[in-house]
Design a protein around this ligand. Sequence first.
Ligand SMILES: [Zn+2]
Length: 175
Amino acid sequence: MENNKIFILLLILIPVMIAIAFLKPSTICSTSNECGTACSINPEVKPMNNTEIEKEYKNKLSPEAYRILREKATEKPFTGKYYHNKDTGIYYCAACDNELFTSDTKYDSGSGWPSFYKPVSDKSIITKIDSSAGMQRTEVLCGNCKSHLGHVFNDGPKPTGQRYCINSVALDFKK
Ligand SMILES: [Zn+2]
């Protein structure tokens, strides 16, 4: 009987301890989703506000990359460094190195911008309705840092029928 009591006690205690271990860091970070990696490395670090975050991006990115990634501008068609790139490799977010697209989903859409029919995963990008410029489009943002990448259209090739139209400047290609 004594053994049974200890067993029941452990049965209660173990999930409680696991829950405490998991909940603690997320409680610290829950009020500051924008703090990026600072929270996970050291919860004592004060999260950056939006102005500080933008200042970091300004220091890290070229003026053109900043304009596109953080201010949602679009590079001139047929000018981007990856438009004609046919090398095998992975395209990462130029702002945060998040994996976005692979070369085997890249195709020539004739649009003037690098085009892909599928992102690396559902979480690598996020999409958002964009009603700017007098058009209704779907904006593509980095799933990690939320930087602007381009737009997605429904006139792509099989198997997805999607055309992810992405600014070269928003990408970083590695073989
Ligand atoms: Zn990113």
